[in-house]
Design a protein around this ligand. Sequence first.
Ligand SMILES: NC(=O)c1ccc[n+]([C@@H]2O[C@H](COP(=O)([O-])OP(=O)(O)OC[C@H]3O[C@@H](n4cnc5c(N)ncnc54)[C@H](O)[C@@H]3O)[C@@H](O)[C@H]2O)c1
Length: 337
Amino acid sequence: MSEPLRVLITGAAGQIAYSLLYSIAKGDVFGANQPIALHLLDIEVMNNVLNGVVMELQDCALPLLKEVIATHEYPKAFKDVDVAILVGAMPRREGMERKDLLKANVKIFKGQGEALNQYAKKTAKILVVGNPANTNCFICRKYAPSIPSENFTCLTRLDQNRAQGQIAQKLKESNVLVSSLDVSNVTIWGNHSSTQYPDVNHAVVNIQGKAVPAREAVKDDNYLDGAFIETVQKRGAAVIAARKLSSAMSAAKAICDHMRDWWTGTAAGQWVSMGVVSDGSYATETGLVFSFPVNISGGAWSIVQGLSISDKAKERIGITLNELVEEKNDAVAVCSD
Ligand SMILES: NC(=O)c1ccc[n+]([C@@H]2O[C@H](COP(=O)([O-])OP(=O)(O)OC[C@H]3O[C@@H](n4cnc5c(N)ncnc54)[C@H](O)[C@@H]3O)[C@@H](O)[C@H]2O)c1
């Protein structure tokens, strides 16, 4: 067996972490032969809760879990980590404005960027989940210049999974029985917010072994250009309205999907969506953390190039791009206060 992979999870006493830790410690993400050392960070007032989580991890009796470090101190938490999943943040409550959330959270990610820069391995792969995820990731990367930009990503896989789920559900209405996994190459463009653009123009549905373009399978462009997009954009808010808490089980699953694909690669001919540092592709601003379609191979992602983008799609991408530029400018201002 190899050396344990050091995986930091922040917000480890929170609800997403509660669903996430078991899957990671059990080998669902980094493989059935990869020993794991978990570094669990939360704030000091959560020490008791975090201790309870550590007890439960011990009680799970997981053979791959070699070590658990639970702490509220950055030097211990970030020391030599190979992977950092940054979940801890103030969650969005019902009715809360994104701008208020941004102010509260961006400073956390400045501090964690600095901690990554100082303590983590230079090869560490980082996934930012805490909202506003794209902008938090932008700030984190800005304050961790010794780690390559391509190692910073943010989570939009939940939006992708939601989009695949909606299409599979819609097809059931016309008795086409497929699962979310039969739907591929949906793209989430832009911000993990209600301006994101879930794009089905290149999506494909596997129907009884045959690859059918999603528009042809669904046969309802009004739905795909209207209710579908709105449902995916507002799904997070709908879950909050119903549960009075933000998505946790589905977020944890999406984190696992994102990290596993980053580790093991995407299937031939298929892409996934990840928030990554833009190289200016598709007329976006270089340096922004923007969700793109990516192929992954050998642990490295690359933005899928050459997709045809209609004028309507360009307009939607422009809306989410403008929001991200504004968020970034606000975040940079907050950090230099
Ligand atoms: N990108 C996505 O797709 C996505 C999806 C769902 C939720 N989220 C976001 O994930 C975040 C966590 O959600 P949750 O439901 O687990 O929230 P939660 O409130 O249950 O847990 C958050 C945890 O983070 C901790 N925390 C706060 N500040 C911290 C800091 N500076 N360092 C370490 N830990 C800290 C809190 O004490 C708490 O235990 C929220 O920002 C939420 O909006 C993102």
